[in-house]
Every structure is written in C-alpha cells, then in structure tokens.
Design a protein around this ligand. Structure first.
Ligand SMILES: [Zn+2]
Length: 120
C-alpha cells in the first residue's frame, strides 16, 4: 500500500525498469514503459544466480528463505535497484530481499517453492 513517504521512481537496469519501495514493499516491473510480468522481470535480473543455501526464515514472510549468489559483479549490480534488508512483495507468492551481496527469496506458496528449487 502506497504511503506518504513513497517515491516509486523507476530505475533502469539490464534493459528493464524496476520500481521497488522500501516503505510499502511494493515492486513493479516494466519494459519500455509497458508492464512486465514479475516472473519475467525476476528471470532477467536473477536468472543466472546460483542457489547456495537455505535459511530458516527469521523475520521473513515465509517459512524458509532461499539464498542466491550472483555469478559476477555485473549480475550483483542488479541487486542495487532494490532497497537493502527489506522484504519486498514480488507477487503474492514471493518476497525478495538482499544484503548487497546475496539475493534472498521467500516463497510463500509451497508449489512455487518446489518449482524454484527443482534441480537445485
Ligand atoms: Zn511505496
């Protein structure tokens, strides 16, 4: 939910634009001004990330958190468009956070979780 302190300015990275807000937790994805499916946006920014571990969710909105590492500095930079240490709602089933080095995903839905971890 948008609050008075929200700015919601799109930031361009990797050929798409991302709006992410640490105040309300909202995330929006766009390509050339057109709405982009969150799954596609996630794939563009984090498709090459490696799953490196699982954490017990402490303050996360899901029971378990998946930890991903970028394959290079260029990929790591994709994290910088998101505010650090905040859970952002990618979709009703998926929350995202990061610490500047790792991507943290908290899938709320078990099916979604299984899809993400398949083959990992
Ligand atoms: Zn906001």
């Amino acid at each position: 939910m948008k609050t008075e302190t929200c700015t919601h300015i799109p930031i361009a990275t990797a050929g798409i634009e991302v709006v992410s807000c640490g105040d309300c937790g909202e995330v929006g994805w766009f390509r050339r001004g057109e709405w982009l499916d969150p799954a596609e946006g996630m794939a563009v920014l984090f498709g090459q990330y490696d799953l490196v571990g699982r954490l017990e969710a402490l303050s996360a909105p899901a029971p378990e958190v998946l930890l991903y590492r970028p394959p290079s500095g260029r990929w790591r930079a994709h994290l910088d468009v998101f505010p650090k240490h905040v859970w952002l709602e990618v979709s009703p089933d998926l929350f995202l956070s990061h610490d500047g080095e790792h991507l943290l995903l908290a899938p709320v839905d078990q099916l979604y979780f299984d899809n993400l971890t398949q083959g990992a």
